[in-house]
Design a protein around this ligand. Structure first.
Ligand code: PPS
Length: 313
């Protein structure tokens, strides 16, 4: 399906009529190698871990809520040479499938979508480095990793849990914050996730980016991505990609903002998928004492890592 206009309102879309009236029960967490996942990932792990990557596959990896959808849109725009209409051919989760998505009673699984996709394929994952299917490294695939500062990731993840029924109930803000610090949330510990990918970045073909850098100067970071993908872009195409991947455009684009999903899966009246897209929103959520505790805990968790985030105070 190709949509020709930005004006189509998400409320008018009925992209998945098969999902009309379905009930989605929030999943429990289950462990895979000591990392908690929604049951739908853990229960289908054999298929995901045995996924056969191809040498020209490109993987986008992040801890949840770190800008993966933003990068999916940027990479698709680069692949299509800035053809905005083409990048509205389908929702972002079909254009760039989520490798470990496996709720086949709701939508096609990531591995099924990828099996039907022509090369070169682009896909996304939130898996920690040690759980990425080994075929990606055997095939020497390229990965774009985005890290987002822990506090804003936590805030974004909390709001997303409230709206997204594919994840367990978050509990209160205090309860969820504690679970996040303990690594007891879906896809595990933010700290281990970021440290793991940071350590791997010089061992594989990994472009390691920061959400805060993309926010500061999208053009500079988009050019890094294009170079990594070995794409040469004309000046007007670069400008189109910067514009079309901006928060304000993506938030009104139903093919990028998850407006194609019914409220029984993701209730955007509770919290929009494209919520704020800012750096430093944590200041609107943390109390002074919570911030002190978080900083102390963060320093302990990250003491042996050289990864440095800019100060987002
Ligand atoms: S998910 O559900 O884990 O795949 O989420 P993910 O896409 O990784 O991250 C969602 C957050 O990224 C913000 N976002 C953007 N910020 C700036 N510019 C653009 N274009 C953009 N697109 C997505 C999105 O709003 C979520 O952050 P919060 O802080 O909740 O707004």
């Amino acid at each position: 399906m190709v949509l020709s206009s930005f004006r189509i309102l998400e409320m008018e879309l009925d992209y998945h009529p098969e999902l009309r009236g379905i009930t989605v029960n929030r999943p429990p967490l289950k462990l895979l190698q000591d990392v908690p996942f929604p049951a739908w990932v853990a229960d289908n792990w054999e298929t995901v871990t045995n996924f056969q990557a191809k040498p020209d596959d490109l993987l986008i990896a992040t801890f949840p809520k770190s800008g993966s959808t933003w990068m999916q849109e940027i990479v698709d725009l680069i692949c299509r040479n800035g053809d905005v209409g083409m990048c509205k051919r389908a929702p972002v989760y079909y254009r760039v499938p989520i490798l470990e998505f496996f709720m086949n009673n709701i939508l096609p699984t990531g591995t099924d979508l990828l099996a039907k996709m022509a090369s070169p394929r682009v896909m996304k994952t939130h898996l920690p480095i040690q759980l990425v299917p080994k075929s990606f490294w055997e095939q020497d695939c390229k990965t774009i990793f985005i890290a987002r500062n822990a506090k804003d990731s936590l805030v974004s993840y909390f709001h997303f849990h409230n709206s997204c029924h594919l994840l367990p109930e978050p509990g209160t803000w205090q309860e969820f914050s504690q679970k996040f610090m303990d690594g007891q949330v879906s896809w595990g510990s933010w700290y281990d996730h970021v440290k793991g990918w940071w350590e791997a970045k010089d061992k594989h073909r990994i472009l390691f980016l920061f959400y805060e850098d993309i926010k500061e100067y999208p053009r500079r970071e988009i050019l890094k991505v294009a170079k990594f993908m070995e794409k040469v872009l004309e000046e007007d195409v670069i400008e189109k990609i910067v514009q079309s991947s901006s928060f304000n455009i993506m938030k009104d684009n139903p093919m990028a903002n998850y407006g194609t999903l019914p409220a029984s899966v993701m209730n955007q009246n509770i919290s929009r998928f494209m919520r704020k897209g800012e750096v430093g929103d944590w200041k609107n959520h943390f109390t002074v004492s919570q911030n002190e505790d978080f900083d102390e805990h963060y320093a302990r968790q990250m003491v042996h890592s050289s990864v440095k985030f800019r100060n987002v105070l």
